[in-house]
Ligand binder design. Structure first.
Ligand SMILES: [Cu+2]
Length: 174
């Protein structure tokens, strides 16, 4: 047992991977996307909270991200929380929009630690190429919660964080 752990640690050190890089966290399926595009946020949930089943997921929709629409999910209630926009915007159909969805809550389900699932929202990304957009997520379990909300400081890597917020980096617009 001790030998096995030592070789894994050596391997991780060699590959320059921190411990949590080997540990599948709550992340987005696609981590690069064109700025100003419609994007499918697929929040991957590969495990529960220290083995406890997931019973609720709350996803923050960051400023600048608009048009968020959650995908209905069998066995779960989905609720979209809205807030007033500082300035009204015009959507791609010429409609004036004065509110935006700022959070999505999934409740009422039960995802075992042994199972994998995804929570999906379609959004419009901001027109800020080069920026990394973070979608902080809270995973509530029967026992405890994992708060994937940490955003790296300037010059810091998300790999160095214990609970990194799911993210997508914006490339040049299409
Ligand atoms: Cu993990």
């Amino acid at each position: 047992m001790i030998r096995t752990i030592t070789s894994a640690a050596l391997c991780a050190a060699f590959l320059g991977l921190s411990a949590n890089a080997l540990h599948a966290h709550a992340t987005l399926e696609v981590q690069q996307a064109p700025a100003n595009s419609y994007y499918k946020v697929v929040l991957r949930t590969p495990h529960g909270c220290s083995g406890s089943p997931t019973i609720a997921v709350r996803l923050q929709i960051p400023e600048g991200v608009t048009g968020a629409k959650p995908q209905p999910k069998w066995g779960w209630e989905v609720e979209a929380v809205t807030e007033e926009l500082a300035e009204p915007i015009t959507d791609s159909h010429g409609n004036t929009i004065t509110t935006r969805v700022s959070e999505i809550h999934w409740t009422g389900g039960r995802l075992l630690d042994a199972h994998y699932d995804e929570f999906v929202v379609r959004v419009r990304l901001p027109n800020t190429p080069g920026e990394t957009v973070y979608f902080p997520a809270v995973q509530e379990c029967e026992e405890g919660a994992d708060r994937w909300i940490e955003i790296p400081a300037e010059g810091q890597s998300a790999r160095d964080l214990d609970y990194p917020a799911p993210r997508v980096t914006l490339t040049a617009p299409n």
